[in-house]
Structures are given as structure tokens and as C-alpha cells.
Ligand binder design. Structure first.
Ligand code: IFM
Length: 433
């Protein structure tokens, strides 16, 4: 491989998806409330136990060591540290992360800590959640507590995971917690999440002067259905909503003007100039990449956009198009348009219907091919000058896949290890990287 010798190889998870969300003094989060509301998650499943990482983390770190990981990206659960979101600290929760970090370091695995991967304390949602401008200060309080306790050993910090999902899946489409379908709420959430990112970067720098800080932003490949002007414009608008609405604040402190013009009074009441606070210098950008989508103009579609589902293209069990070239293209585009100091692939992976294990091993050639082609796509981008310094596979465990519960029913998973979602079924995918 032509990747640099010090390239970081890791795997990623998130708190609600693996820890088990009940016990250990953890407060209720919006995903607990959402998944316990009938009809919100496939089979009405929930993350109450998930992979039981809360109790099995030492075994899990041993598994990471066996896999040869250099690094492990995980998230801390805000309500495990602050059950009500602010105020009283749950020391048992901090002790858990403390022990996890110590066992990672003892195994020579570098921790990469994400502060927000979607499990907002329900008590804060009851106060308006991210729609409330006070959420910026709530997030700073939580950041400071985590940084003061763990910052002597954790040097790699990620503020938010996939802010587009926090804002739009949760508040525009209603398919994630808290399940709202309210455009004004969705853009208020996006605004405060991005400002809170900037505020958290400053708080982290103050608490952990030698910290490396970044944000994980997810991007799909976006291809116009044809070279017709209307299709090119539809694809550009889609890119504006899905990508530039978050990248421009983080790197430029501004909003994309074409999208502001389209949104009109949806943005009423927001101090748009305040988004300048989102643009703090960061040490790396995290890119989560999985798939490509194709867009065409449609007069009847929202903002003139319609997604075109191509037939006869390779897809994962979740229906996501496998398109490694888009990963190369996105990395080169990020270098050209935003010039991040470094880029980490903070998530990349695929769900497939794996066969039953034979002698404890799962043969998963499709997942191996997916990883192989995407790692080659990263190499191609590096050869074109993209500053990619590491790669984290999603996911270390077969985990709770949000509204999908287990991707595509019981048959598929995204795991690269032999640990599965323990409350449901035996282990499957095995060591595919
Ligand atoms: O499982 C999720 C993760 O929480 C965020 N990024 C995408 C993954 C796969 O859907």
C-alpha cells in the first residue's frame, strides 16, 4: 500500500448503539424515549442492552487488540455523565469511561472520543433540546466535564457526529429521535449544533492544550442524473442542504447563500451571522462515507429535487449503492474547497446478509470486497494530494442500527468483529479487515 507508514487504522462505535442504555446511573436519552415509542424502530427494538459493552468492555478491548487496531473511536453518552444534561454528575458514568480509556491505553490502542453521537439527555429535550440557544452552553458544560476527567489521557476529540442527521433525520424527516417533522425546528437545531461545535472546540483547547480536535461530517456521493442544466442544479442544491450547510459553517463561518435564498422564512428568528462562531481552527475533519445517490430535477419535488434510484448497481443489504469512486472524489473536493489540515475517515463500512458461521467463522466476501475497494479509493485520493491520515471501519460490533434496529432484519450486520448484539443472536461477521 502507498499509504503513509504512520497511517492510523481503527474501528468505530457509538454509545447508544453498543453500551446498553439502562443502568450504571445513566439518565434517559432521546433514543430511549424514541425506541420505546411503538412503531418508531423496526420490530420495536431498542438499545437497552445492545452489545452490553458497559459490562463487557474489557473483553471488547481484548478483541480490538487481537484485531490489531491502532485506534478506537467511541462516543461518551452525555446522559451517562450528566443524567439530567446539566448539573449533577454521575460519577459511576465517568468512572466507566475512565476505566475504558485506561484499558485501551494498556492495550496500546489510542482513544478517539466523540462527544455527541445522538443520545441527547431527554431532560434537555424537554427544555427544547438543540432548538434552544442554551444548548450551546449545555454542551460546553458537558464537554468541560469530560475533558477535565479524561483529557490527561484522551488527546483526540470529535465534537459532533453527523450533524446533518441530528438536525434533519431527527427534526425534519422524523425518522430519528426526537422524531419531529418541523423544518423550522430542523434548521434551528442545525444552527445551534454547529455553534456548539465551535464553542466545544474552544472549551477543549482550554482544558486539553495538546488536544487534536475535529468534527465528523457524513457525505454521500452526489451525482446529477444527466448533464442537463436542471439536473446539475438539482444535484448542487442537494449538496447545499446535505453538505455545504454544515461544511461552510465549520470551515468558513458562513452559510451557503444559494440555500439561504431557497429557505426564505424557514430561517426567521435565527441570528445567521452567529454561525461565524462555528469556524474554529480544527486539527482534522472526520469524514463518514458509505454510499452514492443520484439526483435529477423534478418540478414537483421539494426544491425541485428528486432522487433517481439506478437499477443494476451494486448495493448493500441496506440498499446503499456501493460506489468507491465517490469516496476519492469527495476527499479531493474537500482538499480543494475546504483545505482541512488533515482528514480522518471516521466511518466506512457495509451491511450484508452474512451466512451462518462455520467453525466460528463467518465468510463475508462482500464486506471484504467493500473494504478493499474503499481503502483503494482512499489511496487514490492520497495520491491526488488529499491529506488523509487514518481510517476507521464502521463498525467494530454488530450493533443497534437506529431506526433499522438490525440492518435489514436479522440477516445482516456491519460488524468487523465476532461480537454481535448479544441480546438477539449469535456472532457472525469475522475479522474482515
Ligand atoms: O450506524 C450509523 C452510525 O451511527 C452513524 N453513521 C452511519 C452508521 C451506519 O448507518
Amino acid at each position: 500500500m502507498s499509504l503513509p507508514k504512520d497511517f492510523v487504522w481503527g474501528a468505530a462505535t457509538s454509545s447508544y448503539q453498543i453500551e446498553g442504555s439502562v443502568g450504571g446511573g445513566r439518565g434517559e436519552c432521546i433514543w430511549h424515549r424514541f425506541s420505546h415509542t411503538p412503531g418508531k424502530v423496526v420490530n420495536n427494538e431498542n438499545g437497552d442492552r445492545a452489545c452490553d459493552h458497559l459490562h463487557l468492555f474489557r473483553d471488547d478491548v481484548a478483541l480490538m487488540k487481537e484485531l490489531g487496531l491502532h485506534a478506537y473511536r467511541f462516543s461518551t453518552a452525555w446522559p451517562r455523565i450528566l443524567p439530567k444534561g446539566t448539573g449533577a454528575i454521575n460519577t459511576e458514568g465517568l468512572d466507566f469511561y475512565d476505566a475504558l480509556v485506561d484499558s485501551l491505553l494498556a492495550a496500546n490502542i489510542t482513544p478517539y472520543l466523540t462527544l455527541y453521537h445522538w443520545d441527547l439527555p431527554q431532560a434537555l429535550q424537554d427544555r427544547g433540546g438543540w432548538e434552544n440557544p442554551d444548548s450551546v452552553q449545555w454542551f460546553v458544560e458537558y464537554t468541560q466535564i469530560a475533558a477535565h476527567r479524561l483529557g490527561d489521557r484522551v488527546k483526540h476529540w470529535i465534537t459532533h457526529n453527523e450533524p446533518v442527521c441530528t438536525a434533519f433525520l431527527g427534526n425534519l424527516f422524523g425518522i430519528h429521535a426526537p422524531g419531529k417533522q418541523d423544518p423550522q425546528a430542523a434548521f434551528r437545531v442545525a444552527h445551534h449544533v454547529m455553534i456548539s461545535h465551535g464553542a466545544a472546540v474552544r472549551a477543549l483547547r482550554a482544558a486539553v492544550p495538546d488536544a487534536q480536535v475535529g468534527i465528523a461530517i457524513n457525505m454521500n456521493g452526489i451525482t446529477p442524473a444527466s448533464d442537463r442544466e436542471e439536473d446539475l442544479r438539482a444535484a448542487r442544491t442537494q449538496d447545499g442542504f446535505a453538505n455545504r450547510w454544515f461544511l461552510d459553517p465549520a470551515f468558513r463561518g458562513t452559510y451557503p447563500e444559494d440555500i439561504v435564498a431557497l429557505l426564505g422564512n424557514i430561517l426567521d428568528g435565527l441570528d445567521l451571522a452567529a454561525i461565524s462562531e462555528a469556524a474554529q481552527p480544527i486539527d482534522f475533519m472526520g469524514l463518514n462515507y458509505y454510499q452514492r445517490n443520484v439526483f435529477a430535477y423534478d418540478a414537483g419535488g421539494l426544491y425541485g429535487i428528486k432522487e433517481v434510484r439506478l437499477p443494476d448497481v451494486p448495493r448493500t443489504a441496506m440498499g446503499w449503492e456501493v460506489h468507491p469512486q465517490s469516496l476519492t472524489d469527495i476527499l479531493v473536493r474537500l482538499k480543494d474547497d475546504y483545505a482541512p489540515a488533515a482528514i480522518l475517515i471516521t466511518e466506512n463500512g457495509a451491511a450484508y446478509d452474512d451466512p451462518a458461521p462455520v467453525d466460528g467463522l463467518v465468510n463475508d466476501p462482500e464486506r471484504i470486497a467493500y473494504y478493499d475497494s474503499h481503502i483503494k479509493a482512499v489511496e487514490a485520493a492520497v495520491a491526488l494530494g488529499a491529506p488523509v491520515t487514518g481510517y476507521f471501519a464502521w463498525s467494530l460490533f454488530d450493533n443497534f442500527e437506529w431506526a433499522e434496529a438490525t440492518p435489514n432484519g436479522l440477516g445482516s450486520c456491519m460488524s468487523i468483529s465476532r461480537r454481535s448484539n448479544v441480546h438477539r443472536r449469535p456472532a457472525r461477521a469475522f475479522y474482515s479487515v
